[in-house]
Design a binder for this molecule. Structure first.
Ligand code: GLY
Ligand code: MN
Ligand code: MN
Length: 435
């Protein structure tokens, strides 16, 4: 069967070859050896941690699982993939998919626990390589200027990359729909997780990040990491933050659902956060400052909190006093690509650091938006006692309606997250609607 993405993938590779050629020549390198990486062994054991190949290796190959493999890129020559696929009767040796990129590289199959020898010249080696290995290769290890330039080359996505993120989104959404169905049928967190994996067709070790499946108060733990095996007595809410990976590219989607016994306040707030999210997506365009969008999220959340009488003062004072940041301590979102929190979100095009504002240390994207970026837009509203309790005790406590906060607390929290492409003049939501 012909690959429907073949043409786009070829253009992606053309672009990648140009970018590497310009970058390597401007930095005086003859070539670069990209290491895929390998899974870390558990200490004193023969088992390994889960694994994901280095982002720059995936940028060429889309292969998230290829370990101990190397790609040599020398401008003017065909890239060479040293594919670690030793004879092995314990495991199935690695093989390559039928994709256009495999026609554009020379493939050497063999055993590559040790790197291949490099030609004479000035080479860099990048990835999870130790200093002794780099020395033995005679290569510079992870040079900062090169890494920075290669990271920058991943910020604006090619059409091929956007298509892959779109496919990952469609698969992930099938999982979210199944997760909602399982929850409404009375499932435990573990059952919701299994329903998600089944419908999105992925094994747990292949998800781009650990699925967050929080029922009731667990929805208020931002990166909740467990799966209860028993259903709750009173299912009020479900928050699922889960994605998919397609040819290396990630989806990162969150949905929050109300259970049959949820408080009307929670239903209304889900609707309110969804509207906040749509307003923010409508403001995504080239030239928009993401930090300003993040601040706009706080303004809109403050209005929502006042509208639903969780906050008794004005929206302006709720933002100024830090109340909104206690209800939503994470950033509006981040760049998305081969990594869920993709590279270079806090760096300007010229490489200058763009640290997050002091009051928003968790904000992962601080740059101006440009056509081709894919970002997440993920406003949230949570009852997190560790953050709200200190407010209760201080002067700001008078501005919060604690009785309504208590009503909300057993529902945990709300987050709604979509993946949005910045187009040449506006934005396109890559996350499909839930039917
Ligand atoms: N899934 C992690 C995040 O939304 O950033
Ligand atoms: Mn995200
Ligand atoms: Mn997420």
């Amino acid at each position: 069967m012909t690959d429907p993405l073949a043409e786009l993938q070829c253009s992606h590779l053309d672009r990648l070859e140009r970018h590497y050629a310009e970058t390597l020549s401007s930095l005086g390198h003859d070539g670069v050896l990209l290491y895929s990486g390998h899974p870390a062994p558990h200490f004193g054991d023969d088992q390994h941690a889960s694994f994901q190949a280095y982002g720059h290796f995936q940028h060429w190959t889309g292969q998230a699982d290829l370990a101990h493999s190397w790609l040599l890129v020398c401008p003017g020559r065909r890239p060479v993939l040293f594919l670690h696929a030793p004879d092995d009767f314990w495991h199935l040796p690695a093989s390559l998919p039928s994709e256009a990129w495999t026609e554009r590289v020379d493939v050497m199959k063999g055993r590559f626990d040790e790197p291949p020898a490099l030609p004479r010249g000035r080479y860099a080696v990048i990835g999870d390589v130790d200093a002794a290995t780099a020395r033995a290769l005679g290569a510079e290890l992870n040079p900062g200027a090169l890494l920075m330039a290669l990271d920058e080359g991943r910020v604006r996505k090619s059409e091929y990359e956007v298509a892959c993120i779109g496919r990952a989104n469609r698969q992930a959404m099938a999982g979210h729909i199944a997760a909602r169905g399982a929850f409404l049928a009375g499932a435990a967190e573990l059952d919701v997780q299994l329903a998600y994996l089944q419908a999105s067709r992925q094994r747990e070790s292949h998800v781009p990040y650990g699925n967050i499946v929080g029922i009731n108060a667990h929805g208020g733990v931002l990166h909740y990491q467990h799966y209860d095996t028993l259903p709750p007595k009173k299912p009020l809410s479900l928050l699922v933050d889960a994605g998919h990976r397609y040819r290396g590219y990630c989806a990162d989607i969150t949905r929050t659902w109300a259970g049959a016994q949820a408080d009307g306040l929670f239903h209304a707030l889900i609707e309110g956060v969804a509207q906040v999210q749509q307003q923010l997506i409508a403001a995504v365009r080239p030239g928009a400052d993401y930090v300003a969008l993040h601040e706009r999220m706080h303004d809109l959340l403050a209005e929502l909190l006042v509208e639903h009488r969780l906050v008794l003062g004005t929206p302006e004072s709720a933002v100024a006093s830090g109340i909104t940041r206690a209800f939503c301590p994470h950033g509006l979102g981040h760049l998305l690509g081969i990594q869920v929190h993709d590279v270079a979100g806090r760096r300007a095009v010229n490489g200058a650091a763009l640290p997050p504002p002091d009051k928003d240390p968790a904000l992962r994207l601080t740059r101006e938006l440009e056509a081709g970026m894919v970002v997440t837009i993920e406003p949230g509203l949570y009852v997190i006692p560790m953050l709200l309790d200190p407010l209760r005790k201080g002067p700001v406590g008078r501005e919060v309606n604690w009785e309504r906060v208590e009503r909300l607390a057993p529902h945990g929290g709300i987050r709604i997250e979509d993946n949005v492409l910045v187009t040449s003049d506006t934005a396109k939501n890559l996350t499909p609607e839930v039917e």
